[in-house]
Write a protein that binds this ligand. Structure first.
Ligand code: FBP
Length: 553
């Protein structure tokens, strides 16, 4: 296989490990202080996880451990959307396992969680792994969105592990996959299966974050990749001075990606879904806000600019949120009847007849393309696939119409030409930044030490991430500690709480304090491409979000 010069060079990169993981053999030390309990729903969670609830958060100290060096077979699964660094989680896991005992084996289940259900696995050897070290993508074993959630599936997992003599599984995934991994760990423990389950926090969206998990892997590289592209567009906009660029950014419900990219590039307008929800801003008001900035700049002769739109925005606009919730209920509750409708016209008519008057009005005022997108299939969790809704185009159309009105009544004397962009897939498989390469390798290495210590129901935790890698702290957090109960599909389910942008958090406050200036003036900054070789202040810096969040800790 032909590889690029950078790929070849990256094979030789040695990911940095926290000092404690560089020691030879480790033992666990339960963290002192409060027991690791969740903030809410304690009794209910205790009842749901009788075997894995209330375990302590743990850290490692150098010391001899026979248990860690025992020969064992381990399985690994990549779950959900790609995120830069996944290969290094597997590399770290492999290296730790082989270092502890060269006889141990690592099996990668192919294509995501369905791989274990189908007993479709490959043994990961040194030769198999080497071409994937420090590279982006999940192609080493593939990923998928099948959910492991029923007891029947858990039994199949146990059976497959027994056949392969696997005594531990590492699930690399987001909030839902780690929730399901914890339920699986509880099932294995309750049935004395002798199989432990350890999670690793993955997702570019950055929404798997809490006191114990400072950031999910992939967020660093993905945001730096998008920020490079946004910076390039900003420079083009400021050179040509003729377009407004509307840029939608991935991230599902959370606006962390849009916020981080805004802090890195200083665009004229950044919409934050969580703020829209908090202020109950309607679609009309959002359009007015955008138009007012375009008009102000245009009236001064600057007919160009950048607007960042988080992909989940549509779900947070109050009238559309209600509409989506009604659509979800109707489409799930009448799935059979809905699937029989022959085309979009029939679907729209059926929907119109079943929606409340307010939602019907919200639906009918949307352009047909957006109506169609709102009626597309839901994801396996029953959510609208926000990455497929062209919110940036919806806003452009509405802004264009409104500016024409403003022009007619003399409020706008400039011109409005636009371009639309959607950045998501461009960043999910980028070469991991040094930060993600190091972080992911440490997460995988650490995951082995957790399972090697006989722990189950834990998520691999590497903390103190704003400091240099050598000072990072390694340990494990029981997943139940990060859970609460939420209404899902008509009943209360234990889930890891999704972290949305906090409006009283430092990253949002940094945007809020500057956005008026960034709107009026042209203050773009140009982060440039991710650098892999050079001084640490260029190559190893964490995101602005992480730095701001950590500064007062
Ligand atoms: P995960 O939550 O699985 O990490 O997915 C992240 C993500 O990239 C979202 O930002 C995006 O909405 C979604 O995946 C797109 O999903 P798909 O890859 O199925 O198109």
């Amino acid at each position: 296989m032909k590889v690029s010069a950078l790929q070849k060079a990256r094979y030789a990169y040695n990911p940095k490990l926290p000092a404690v993981l560089q020691q030879d053999i480790h033992t666990i030390a339960p963290a002192a202080g409060e027991p690791a309990e969740p903030a809410v729903d304690r009794e209910a969670l205790k009842a749901l996880f009788p075997n894995t609830y209330g375990m302590p958060a743990i850290s490692f100290v150098p010391g001899k451990s026979e248990e860690i060096s025992r020969r064992r077979n381990v399985g690994v699964i990549l779950s959900g959307g790609q995120a830069p660094g996944g290969h290094n989680v597997i590399a770290g896991l492999f290296d730790a396992l082989k270092h502890a005992n060269p006889e141990s084996k690592l099996f990668g289940f192919k294509g995501g969680p369905s791989g274990i259900l189908n007993n479709d696995a490959v043994e990961i050897t040194e030769t198999y792994l080497d071409p994937f070290r420090n590279t982006g993508g999940f192609d080493i074993i593939g990923s998928g969105r099948t959910k492991l959630e029923s007891e029947d599936q858990f039994e199949v997992c146990a059976e497959v592990c027994r056949k392969r003599d696997i005594t531990a599984l590492v699930v690399i995934g987001g909030d839902d996959s780690n929730t399901n991994a914890a339920v699986l760990a509880e099932y294995f423990a309750a049935n004395n299966s002798g199989i432990s389950v350890i999670g690793a926090p993955k997702t570019i969206d950055g929404d798997l974050k809490n006191a114990a998990i400072e950031v999910s892997f992939g967020f660093d590289t993905a945001t730096k990749t998008y920020a490079e592209l946004i910076g390039n567009i900003a420079r083009d906009a400021n050179s040509a001075k003729k377009y407004w660029h509307f840029i939608k950014l991935m991230g599902r419900s959370a606006s962390h990606i849009a916020l981080e990219c805004a802090l890195q590039t200083r665009p004229n307008i950044t919409l934050i879904s969580e703020e829209v929800e908090e202020n109950q801003t309607t679609l009309n008001e959002i359009v007015d806000y955008i138009c007012s900035i375009i008009a102000e700049r245009g009236n001064r002769g600057s007919n160009f600019g950048l607007v960042l739109v988080p992909e989940g925005l549509i779900e947070f606009i109050p009238e559309i949120k209600i509409l989506i919730s009604e659509l979800n209920d109707l489409m799930a509750g009448h799935a059979e009847e809905f699937s029989q409708l022959e085309d979009f016209t029939a679907e729209a008519a059926w929907i119109g007849a079943h929606l409340t008057a307010e939602s019907k009005s919200a639906f009918t005022t949307l352009p047909e393309a957006i109506q169609r997108q709102l009626l597309m299939d839901r994801d396996p969790h029953g959510n609208v696939q926000v990455s497929r809704i062209e919110t940036e185009k919806l806003l452009i159309e509405m802004v264009d119409n409104r500016l024409k009105e403003w022009k007619a009544d003399g409020r706008f004397s400039g011109s409005f030409s636009y371009q639309n962009h959607f950045f998501g897939y461009e960043g999910r498989c980028a070469f991991p930044s040094n930060f993600d390469a190091d972080y992911c390798y440490s997460l995988g290495y650490n995951a082995y030490l957790l399972l090697g210590s006989g722990l189950t129901g834990y998520i691999s935790s590497i903390a103190n991430l704003a400091a240099p890698a050598g000072e990072w702290k390694a340990g494990g957090i029981p997943v139940t500690m990060m859970m609460n109960l939420e209404q899902r599909h008509g009943s209360k389910k234990p889930v890891i709480k999704k972290a949305l942008v906090e409006l009283d958090g430092e990253p949002f406050k940094a945007l809020a304090a500057n956005r008026e200036t960034w709107a009026k003036d042209t203050c773009y900054t140009f982060p440039g491409a991710i650098q892999y070789y050079g001084p640490a202040e260029v190559c190893d810096q964490p995101t602005i979000t992480l730095t701001l969040e950590q500064q007062n800790r």
